[in-house]
Design a protein around this ligand. Sequence first.
Ligand code: IMP
Ligand code: MG
Length: 178
Amino acid sequence: MSAPIDVNMQVLISEEELRTRVNELGKQISADYAGKPLLLVGILKGAAVFLADLLRSIDLIVDYDFVAFSSYGADKKSSGVVRVLKDLDVSVEGRDILIVEDIVDTGWTLRMSYLRENLLARHASSVKICALLDKPSRRMVDVGVDYCGFVIEDRFVVGYGLDHEGRYRNLPFVGIVG
Ligand code: IMP
Ligand code: MG
């Protein structure tokens, strides 16, 4: 059987650090939305693992759903189009929504999907963004990240839902591919 984890993998954020920080985020979100039901909207596929843990650290009436956008490779900037592959299954009208993303890098996904604007146009009460990771040095378009787990350097990271060519999503930590 081949080893699931490359020996060259460098741990950037350990399982323990992830658990601690996700719990902190959950506490902060629970306090900020105190008494209000919350809808988490995860962006597939990367955010699924983070959302699953975050959800269980939130002490509110909480539901979740997912959206999926096409990945558009290197031409995302020139095409400026993000196709919706999966829309929400639930109504957002009158609801407080927290978009859950694995990582905000250039910012193009959140900008070009117009997700926040779209949810507000469908009469969501409020829409905020929670990202596990933020790489601000790579930002090309401004997106307001309201809750952020960790600010990281410009390194390509995997694990805890993040992939490299479909691999490593199952790592319990965030690592750097060697
Ligand atoms: P953005 O549109 O450039 O902000 O990119 C956001 C998306 O690109 C994330 O949701 C990830 O799917 C992917 N991505 C960006 N940086 C990384 C990384 O370091 N590792 C894995 N995926 C990444
Ligand atoms: Mg993603």
